[in-house]
Ligand binder design. Structure first.
Ligand code: AHR
Length: 498
């Protein structure tokens, strides 16, 4: 099988916002307790944060981490998580039927984020709470001092404000499962009033308003239109969320799921631009794809979990090679929309549907999905170029005309490095890709990384943490400006040139 790829420096989609490689830590399962924080662990630092986990987060170069939820935030009273740890209240977390000890709260998380070199993307509770509490929280976090809430932060040992820049106005407010679920009009009004107050406290912040929880929501489309009708002039991003799974063990369809994601992004852009037109606005709404990943392996195990325990092993998917391929295709899809998608968060980061796993009091390891995320975060910085692709196609149960080759190209103007991200979706055959690189005269291949495995279900576990890892022995050559690369069946490839 053969495919063609035309790469041209002039075909610029947009510059890649580094926040495209963001992630997410929610107070759910073992993400916080037993994930980033485990005081008794031999790797714990003086604050109880696991150094082995922090090293992996730093390795990923995660630029921004959404916190503290997720569904959790819609019942969260942030005051429970600040001040002396000893006096903190233990609460029922209704979102996940677990016990929240509040040992870690806003200030501890800010410290952790600083240690891993990430910004915090804070979410406010618009489920059980509203504008007044959001206003207090931002005053506590971002105001320098001289007021009740900012001085309370200072009295808690944080003299300097955290200066969190990106804020989410609630979470998945269209979902009946959400604590404080709302209609689009109810949410739109609350989000608008909250946005006004928050920006009056700190005009330098950026706000994300909730779009639909997924494309399949019955209110999808009209939810976005109504919410934006209320909030368009006061917010900066509209959110999208999606998770994919291979429940029917139909891998040909599963690895094509990013086509649906692409369509989802196109549709949301259309709604944003419709509202822009209606309002005769000059402002262009940007997107925050602040939850995306593969999620399905853990569903059965989660149904067996006991209620009201601390840090239960909830939504702990152990990922396969084919999941990593889907994650790679999803990253490529985000890069294809770099002009409108400015923030994206792989959900989540540690233990809970995460690229990083830990054993309680044991090792931390990299899941299969760690690698496409790592490569994109390391090498996908610069401008996203639109590759013109001619590829063999296949039909499957859920899609027709699925291109075997999925690809995105990023050019870093400063270092002049060119990176081609490419997936071969074909389950049975290698794909030879020929690419005319005449605009990159004199270039040479730095490396061709490949993530592959003869078994699509191969995974990394605590006992076999290195079963699926990338290798740098990809088969590619560059001759007279023509790149010829062989992509193994069902593989993720990164070809770096300089
Ligand atoms: O990431 C897990 C959950 O998925 C989040 O809490 C929620 O926002 C979404 O439904």
């Amino acid at each position: 099988n053969k495919a063609e790829l035309v790469v041209d420096k002039a075909f610029v989609i947009g510059s890649v916002d580094s926040r495209l490689y963001g992630s997410f830590i929610e107070h759910v399962g073992r993400a916080v307790y037993g994930g980033i924080y485990e005081p008794g662990h031999p790797e714990a630092d003086e604050q109880g944060f696991r150094k082995d986990v922090m090293a992996m987060v730093r390795e990923l170069g995660v630029p921004i981490v959404r916190y503290p939820g997720g569904n959790f935030v819609s019942g969260y009273e942030w005051e429970d998580g600040v001040g002396p740890v000893d006096g903190r209240k233990r609460r029922l977390d209704l979102a996940w039927a677990a016990l929240e000890t509040n040992e870690v709260g806003t200030n501890e998380f800010a410290e952790w984020a600083r240690k891993v070199g990430a910004e915090v993307m804070m979410a406010v509770n618009l489920g059980t709470r509203g504008p007044a509490d959001a206003r207090n929280l931002i005053e506590y976090c971002n105001h320098p001092g001289g007021t009740y809430w900012s001085d309370l932060r200072r009295s808690h040992g944080y003299e300097a404000p955290h200066k969190f820049k990106t804020w989410c106005l609630g979470n998945e407010m269209d979902g009946p499962w959400q604590i404080g679920h709302k209609t689009a009009d109810e949410y739109g009004r609350t989000a608008l009033e909250t946005a006004k107050l928050m920006k009056w406290v700190d005009p330098s912040i950026e706000l994300v308003v909730c779009g639909s929880s997924m494309r399949d929501m019955p209110t999808f489309g009209s939810w976005e239109a109504t919410v934006l009708d209320h909030t368009y002039d006061h917010v900066d991003y509209l959110s999208l969320h999606t998770y994919y799974g291979n429940r029917k063990d139909d891998t040909a369809s599963f690895v094509a799921k990013s086509l649906e994601m692409d369509d989802y992004i196109h549709s949301v852009i259309a709604v944003c631009d419709f509202v822009k037109a209606k309002k005769r606005s000059k402002k262009q709404m940007m997107l925050s794809f602040d939850e995306w990943n593969v999620w399905y392996h853990s569903a059965a195990a989660d149904r067996q979990l006991e209620r009201w325990t601390i840090a239960p092993p909830q939504i702990e998917d152990i990922y396969t090679l084919e999941d990593a391929i889907v994650v790679g295709c999803m990253i490529i899809t985000l890069l294809k929309h770099a002009d409108r998608v400015r923030v994206a968060c792989i959900a989540q980061l540690v233990n809970v549907i995460g690229p990083i796993m830990t054993a309680n009091n044991g090792i931390a390891w990299r899941q299969t999905i760690f690698y496409p995320y790592l490569h994109a975060s390391l090498y996908g910085r610069g401008v996203s170029l639109k590759p013109i692709i001619r590829s063999p196609k296949y039909d499957c149960k859920e899609f027709t005309d699925v291109p075997c080759l999925e690809s995105a190209v990023v050019y870093d103007e400063a270092s002049e490095l060119l990176t081609i991200f490419a997936v071969n979706r074909d389950l049975a055959a290698d794909l030879v890709v020929e690419s005319d690189l005449r605009h990159f005269a004199g270039y040479r291949i730095v490396e061709h990384l490949v993530l592959e495995n003869p078994d699509p279900k191969a995974k990394n576990t605590a006992t076999q943490p290195l079963n699926v890892t990338p290798h740098a022995g990809g088969d590619s050559e560059l001759r007279d400006g023509c790149l010829r690369a062989r992509l193994p069946k069902l593989s993720w490839n990164v070809i770096r040139l300089t």
